[in-house]
Design a binder for this molecule. Structure first.
Ligand code: C5P
Length: 212
């Protein structure tokens, strides 16, 4: 079974995808980490984030097993990721790796922005997870404060809105639900409730029910 979980920054899609993968015993790929890896290496190697040739080279040479999750979780890496993610050569370089992951025997769970539209259009279940920008900013702000990073709520909200706009309006693989994706709005749901709703969505076709 292939499950895709797409949605905007801080919507809760990563947590849901990890929980679903664990629940169904499937491998999980956080595709955002790949773009974060490219953005992070571009900065570390002193390339301009607007240099498409350098970005495509970095993406081509990316070794996912060497990604340092901690360094990639920062807002700076997220911002750099969203810039390099708009470069067609970067997306092309990362495509096969993601498709191979999705097509492994037994299936997989992938989360990102285009996993249900571009990477695995034939997925068995597609979730599109959303939450209001204000709620997403509150979650991200709480996370940053817990990590001891200084950040104001207004600044986090502005960053989230900027990232939404860039991810939704780019011409290649923009953030949008696949026509057959089920929308899950987590604005008023905590993690447990969101997880239960996600399981319902995955189980609905198996139980012969129409999806909520
Ligand atoms: O999900 P995460 O915040 O880690 O993603 C970082 C950035 O990587 C996103 O803002 C988006 O621009 C890009 N991305 C993408 N396609 C994906 C996953 C992430 O363009 N499948």
């Amino acid at each position: 079974m292939i499950i895709t979980v797409d949605g905007p920054a801080a919507s809760g899609k990563g947590t849901l995808a990890r929980r679903l993968a664990k629940h169904y015993g499937l491998p999980h790929l956080d595709t955002g980490l790949l773009y974060r890896g490219v953005g992070y290496l571009m900065i570390r190697e002193n390339h301009s984030l607007d240099d498409p040739a350098a970005a495509a080279r970095v993406a081509d040479a990316l070794d996912p097993s060497k990604l340092d999750q901690k360094a990639l979780r920062t807002d700076a890496a997220g911002e750099a990721a969203s810039r390099v993610a708009a470069i067609p050569g970067v997306r092309a370089a990362l495509l096969k790796l993601q498709q191979d992951f999705a097509r492994q025997p037994g299936g997989a769970v992938l989360d990102g922005r285009d996993t249900g539209t571009v990477i695995a259009p034939d997925a068995d279940v597609k979730l599109f997870v959303t939450a209001s920008p204000e709620e997403r900013a509150r979650r991200r702000h709480r996370e940053l404060v817990a990590r001891g990073e200084a950040a104001g709520y207004d600044e986090v909200l502005a960053d989230i809105k900027k990232r939404d706009e860039r991810d939704s309006e780019r011409s290649i693989a923009p953030l949008k639900p696949a026509p057959d994706a089920v929308l899950l709005d987590t604005t008023h749901l905590d993690i447990e409730a969101a997880f239960r709703a996600a399981i319902e969505i995955v189980e609905a076709p198996r139980a012969g029910r129409t999806r909520p």
